[in-house]
Every structure is written in structure tokens, then in C-alpha cells.
Design a protein around this ligand. Structure first.
Ligand code: GDP
Length: 392
């Protein structure tokens, strides 16, 4: 499907940049309008692929290009004030060419955390196309303010978009590696998953598997129930038929056996299981997911309808949902087969429960702090009044 892709804040911009690198490498053509929005000049300058004219600096009059730190309320304010400038960048794209908007942001910081929900609300208001969010949760050890920002932003963002796709940094950091060192690798993981998922709706039709190819309306229908989504992914290298014989003989194979129907079916079903049971972008229990979409991508001769159908049935059992779509994404040049599973409308998510708790506690604390200061004020006034009273 065709996406207007907008990165908000540093993480958002870097992920959009990575998406463009992925497209260059794979020849995929999903992104129609790569835009990066930030309140920090240096972050915009650090991007490599987002065109200069699509880098929008907001909040100049208030923060002078220095960013908003981790103040997401200020992030929301400067976004609101400069919506016209963001809109001007979007106006350069013929919106009838896009199927949906995707607003990407790290939810723990300031600019993206505050600004992404503001932009999503604006887009929902102006356009008929669906607006999806891709929200990145901070790692737990980033500190309280990041968790609190994420908790607040998450609640608003999920309300403003048609669906919030979530990636949890905490589940993806590697041992012994700082988060910053790992971002590049993590961003690669992100764009691989979402690249295959959104690329699926762009497959060339007209070949022999055309009727089982996933199209953009299936992706949109899977997401349009709202709520939050998570994505699973698994892949396996395969030999392409043009060098099947030679390479598989070198590997001790029987030449061409890679495309044996039983192997191909089994490979797809096992990739579906691995994708669903492995590490999801947002770890959760997929039982109860409202809608699910399975995409099998790879060279057409390795995409097997029976395998996809079996995978689909298995996913129906795993999720308990009858709304499980499945199809393929033929990639004639690829040397691997991938299974991507999108679980939409998931409910049993420990990390989200944790964030909700943090948000509620913070709210309670705010009430406590307010009540406390009110009490202090009252008693001061009262004591003062008693002291003062005799004077009158
Ligand atoms: P902003 O510029 O004020 O919106 O804040 P950042 O985007 O720098 O940071 C927000 C959060 O995003 C951080 O707490 C990190 O968890 C996360 N983050 C920052 N950079 C990256 C990145 O390149 N990739 C990923 N996956 N997460 C990032």
C-alpha cells in the first residue's frame, strides 16, 4: 500500500530514514511522502535520506531549534502551534495517491511523544484516509520521566489514530549493549517487519498467484478495528530456482527439491508459527486478538497456498478469532521466505498494563500533590485568619 510516512521527533525521523534505506535496498515503493518533523535542528540535520524540503522544524519561536528536552507537554504545544507548517509539507504530496498515513514516534521523549498525537488528530480531521500510528515505547531503564511520558502519550495517541502499531524497545535491547548503540539494529528490525507488511499491498499482480495476493484494503481492514497492534516475523533463506540445482548440489541437496510441494507447505506453516510465537514488536498474549493478517513473502515458487491456508487456520485457533486474513507477497528477486503476522486489537499486553498503572499513579500523585498543597493553603489561610482575626 502507499503510505504518507511522517516521523515525529528524533526516533520518528530516524525510523523514516531507515525505511527509505530499506526501500532503496529492496526496490520496494511504499513511501509516498517521507516527512520528518522536529523541534531540534541537529536531529533534522542528522537525517540522511528524508529530502531537505520535507524536514519541518517546529517551535522555532519558542525553543529556537534547541528541542523541547523531555517535556512532552511543550512538544504538544509547539506541534499545535505549527500544524500549518507540517501541513504545508504534506500539501506537496498528491494525497489521492496514498492509502493511509503512518505517524511514527518514540513515545518516551518530548517532541514525538507530545507532537505525534496532535498531528494524528489533525490528519484525522482533515483527511478521509486512515491514520495509523507507529509508537515506540522506551526501555524500562531509561528513567521515570520517559515511562511517564510514554504512558501519557500512549493513551492520547491510541485515541487519535485508527490503530496504534507498537514497538517496545525494552523487549528488543541486546544484553551488554547500550540502547543508543542498539538503535540502528533495532530500527532495522522495525523497518523489516513493517516494510514487508505494508509492502504486501504493493505486490505486482497479474501473475499466477494474483488472486491470493494481499492487497491494501486487507491491511486497512485488519487495522481499522482500532486499538493496538503487534507484529511477528520469521524468515528463512531459500535458493532461487535459477540457481537451485547448482547450489543445492553443493550443499548436498538433490537439486530443485526446495520447491517440493510438501517442503514448501511445511516451510510456510512453520514460519507462521515461528512468527507468531517468537518475539513480537510488542510482546503479548495474542489470544483474543480481534483481527489477524498473515503475509507470506518471497519468491513466488516458494509461496504455497496450502501452507498459507494451514497457517491461517492455526492462527484462528491461537487467537480464537474468526477474522484471520492471509495472502502472499510475491518477491521474485528475494532469496528468503518470510512470514509476517499482524495481530490487531490485542488486549493482553503486560507492558501496556504497566504503563496504564504508571499513568494512573501519576494522576493520583498529581491529585495528592494538589490536595496536599490545597490543604496547606487552607490551613495557612485558616491559621492566618485566626491569628489575624483578633486584629479586627
Ligand atoms: P524526541 O526527539 O523528543 O521526540 O525524543 P526521542 O525520539 O529522541 O526519544 C524518545 C524515545 O524514543 C527514547 O526514550 C527512546 O526510547 C526512543 N528512541 C530514540 N531514538 C531511537 C531510535 O533510533 N530507535 C528506536 N527504536 N527508539 C529510539
Amino acid at each position: 500500500m502507499k503510505l504518507a510516512l511522517i516521523g515525529f521527533g528524533q526516533a520518528g525521523g530516524k525510523i523514516v530514514d531507515k525505511f527509505l534505506e530499506y526501500e532503496q535496498r529492496t526496490g520496494q515503493d511504499v513511501v509516498r511522502c517521507p516527512i520528518a518533523v522536529n523541534s531540534a535542528t541537529v536531529d533534522l540535520q542528522g537525517l540522511e535520506r528524508v529530502p531537505e524540503e520535507n524536514r519541518v522544524l517546529i517551535g522555532q519561536s519558542r525553543v529556537k531549534g534547541h528541542g523541547v528536552g523531555a517535556d512532552n507537554e511543550l512538544g504538544a504545544e509547539v506541534a499545535e502551534a505549527d500544524l500549518d507548517e507540517i501541513q504545508a509539507a504534506i500539501d506537496r504530496v498528491p494525497v489521492h495517491e496514498v492509502d493511509a498515513f503512518l505517524v511514527v514516534a518514540g513515545l518516551g521523549g518530548g517532541t514525538g511523544s507530545g507532537g505525534a498525537p496532535v498531528l494524528a488528530k489533525h490528519l484525522e480531521h482533515v483527511y478521509e484516509e486512515p491514520v495509523f500510528g507507529l509508537g515506540v515505547l522506551p526501555a524500562a531503564d531509561e528513567g521515570g520521566i520517559y515511562t511517564l511520558n510514554a504512558a501519557r502519550s500512549f493513551r492520547t495517541f491510541v485515541r487519535e489514530v485508527d490503530n496504534l502499531l507498537v514497538f517496545d524497545n525494552d523487549a528488543w535491547r541486546s544484553a551488554g549493549e547500550s540502547m543508543a548503540e542498539g538503535y540502528d539494529a533495532i530500527n532495522e528490525e522495525i523497518v523489516t517487519r513493517f516494510g514487508v507488511l505494508f509492502g504486501a499491498g504493493e505486490a505486482e499482480t497479474g501473475d499466477e498467484v494474483a488472486e491470493s495476493v494481499v492487497d491494501s484494503s486487507e491491511i486497512i481492514n485488519t487495522l481499522d478495528g482500532g486499538g493496538i497492534s503487534t507484529v511477528g516475523y520469521a524468515s528463512e533463506p531459500v535458493e532461487r530456482s535459477d540457481h537451485d540445482g547448482f547450489l543445492s548440489r553443493l550443499a548436498g541437496g538433490s537439486g530443485g527439491s526446495d520447491c517440493d510441494a510438501v517442503d514448501t507447505t511445511n516451510r510456510i506453516t512453520s514460519l507462521v508459527r515461528k512468527a507468531a510465537l517468537g518475539r513480537l514488536t510488542l510482546p503479548c498474549d495474542v489470544d483474543g486478538a480481534e483481527k489477524t493478517l498473515l503475509v507470506a513473502g518471497g519468491p513466488p515458487e516458494h509461496l504455497d497456498r496450502k501452507g498459507i491456508e494451514r497457517g491461517r487456520k492455526w492462527l484462528e485457533e491461537e487467537t480464537g478469532s474468526m477474522e484471520v486474513r492471509g495472502g502472499d507477497y510475491p518477491l521474485p528477486g528475494s532469496d528468503s521466505v518470510a512470514g509476517v503476522v499482524l495481530f490487531s486489537g490485542v488486549h493482553q499486553v503486560p507492558r501496556v498494563k504497566e504503563l496504564q498503572k504508571v499513568a494512573i499513579e501519576a494522576q493520583d500523585n498529581i491529585e495528592e500533590i494538589r490536595t496536599e498543597s490545597e490543604d496547606n493553603l487552607q490551613s495557612l489561610v485558616h491559621e492566618g485568619a485566626e491569628e489575624i482575626a483578633p486584629l479586627y
